[in-house]
Design a protein around this ligand. Structure first.
Ligand code: SF4
Length: 447
């Protein structure tokens, strides 16, 4: 059971020396209680106190940093089983698998695609996270050459997959200080794999088909001095993956089996139904997901799902309120008003751009609520609209005084007219109909 801040404080040396980076022992204790600090930061704790505190204050799932530099990412450090209990913090990395039997040109082509491909959704750039290189050939030299071919074109987080310790060592020569994930330590080879991971400072995947086997190999790797581990459940089917991954999350966050408190590694490339395997990996606690190269449609679906699952359900994604321009609007351009829920903004923006009618978009602050919710909750009001018109000085931008409001805000139309002095036009409820509305209704207004 987790200790409270005051219980933790009682166990601290109370020197208030700030060596842990906190101004007082009490603030350090509060951070420990929230799982936001590591007991090792205090140099004055004895081993017994560290053991007591470490077992209860470390995140139940260890954070593991993958790669170095701009494209590095952290996985793990999760605290809840259900997303709605708080939030999921660290989105899984999607890494594209390359087999070393491909030609150098083919390898470079896939690596460049992973390096460069991105798409923007609700204002966020979504990308693949890295590359998993598999020693399909079984040859030490071929594997090393494949890793070198990837390294030549992309500084990306890597997974090196091989059963041969010689192949891994030969490949690591080309990785410099980039700390790739090594796959995998098993009951049979954990000593040698732990030695390589420790020597190069790499995270290590532990692979076993049973939770007991995973826990035993984790204990061995930890004892050998490898702290950063991931768990590959070697699932026999998608259902098997869900069962094991769910059990691992439950046992980890309740601290029932601390040996399973590590991020989960998923190889969707070996599944028959890869898209389904990726979706289950994202929704059922996967942290590093390896895929075959994906079609554009599958890539977008995977990244969109990941973005949706890993947004904070208690904090709607918000736009900054303000006056936005679509194209280069003139003084007779339409002015549309909507809320600062980002999905509303980006959906409407897309449809407005498609109309090719330059216009102004007034975004008012409804604390990220959608139109319907904001109207029902009283967050969208005539006063807010009036104040936003003034604050963002729209009257300096256009000669007319006509405001198009969302269809779901129609109950406010009369009050907005009275309060602002602007003529209100009630737009469509569905953003997809805004083009037709502007072409027909706005043209009549102008005419
Ligand atoms: Fe207190 Fe230890 Fe931090 Fe010093 S390093 S302030 S003794 S918790």
């Amino acid at each position: 059971m987790a200790l409270k801040a005051l219980d933790i404080y009682k166990l601290l040396p109370k020197k208030n020396c700030k060596e842990c980076g906190d101004p007082t022992c009490l603030t350090f204790a509060m951070k420990l209680a929230g799982g936001k600090a590591d007991v090792d930061l205090c140099p004055y704790l004895d081993d017994q106190a560290k053991a007591v505190l470490g077992a209860t204050t470390r995140p139940p799932i260890r954070p593991v940093k993958i790669g170095v530099g701009e494209r590095s990412f952290t996985v793990g450090e999760e605290f809840v089983f259900y997303r709605h209990e708080k939030t999921f913090y660290h989105p899984p990395g999607l890494l594209v698998r390359i087999e070393d039997t491909l030609t150098e040109k083919e390898i470079a082509g896939i690596a460049m695609r992973v390096r460069d491909e991105s798409f923007t959704r609700v204002g966020t750039e979504l990308r693949f996270n890295g590359i998993a290189i598999e020693n399909t050939s079984g040859s030490v030299e071929t594997f090393a050459a494949a890793v070198a071919a990837v390294e030549n074109v992309a500084d990306l987080p890597l997974v090196l997959i091989s059963r041969s310790s010689d192949a891994l060592c030969a490949a690591l020569v080309h990785c410099g200080t980039y700390r790739p994930i090594l796959h995998a330590a098993t009951a049979g080879n954990h000593a040698v794999m732990s030695g390589i991971a420790r020597q190069h400072g790499c995270p290590l995947v532990v692979k076993d088909g049973t939770l007991e086997g995973l826990a035993a190999t984790v204990r061995n790797c930890c004892a050998a001095g490898v702290p950063d581990l991931l768990l590959d459940t070697a699932p026999a089917s998608l259902g098997d993956f869900v069962r094991k991954s769910t059990a691992i999350r439950q046992l980890a966050i309740t601290r029932t089996a601390p040996e399973l408190g590590y991020p989960v590694y998923v190889d969707s490339a070996t599944a028959d139904r890869q898209d389904a395997a990726i979706a289950l990996g994202i929704t059922k606690f996967g942290s590093v997901i390896v895929t075959r190269p994906l079609s554009a449609a599958s890539a977008k679906a995977a990244m969109t799902l990941r973005q949706n699952i890993y947004t904070d359900p208690q904090k709607p994604i918000q736009m900054n309120p303000g006056l936005y321009r679509i194209g280069t609007p003139g003084r007779d351009a339409p002015v549309l008003m909507t809320v600062n829920f980002s999905l509303t903004f980006f959906t409407l923006e897309g449809y407005l751009e498609a109309t090719r009618i330059p216009c102004f978009l007034l975004i008012v602050d409804t604390e990220g609520l959608s139109v319907l919710t904001a109207v029902a909750a009283g967050k969208l009001s005539e006063i807010l609209v009036r104040d936003s018109i003034k604050k963002f000085e729209i009257e300096k931008e256009v000669d007319h005084r006509k405001l198009i409001i969302p269809g779901y805000a129609s109950p406010l139309s009369g009050r907005i007219e009275e309060t602002t002095g602007w003529k209100v036009l009630v737009g469509p409820r569905d953003a997809a109909e805004i083009g037709e509305f502007l072409h027909e209704e706005w043209s009549k207004q102008k005419g």
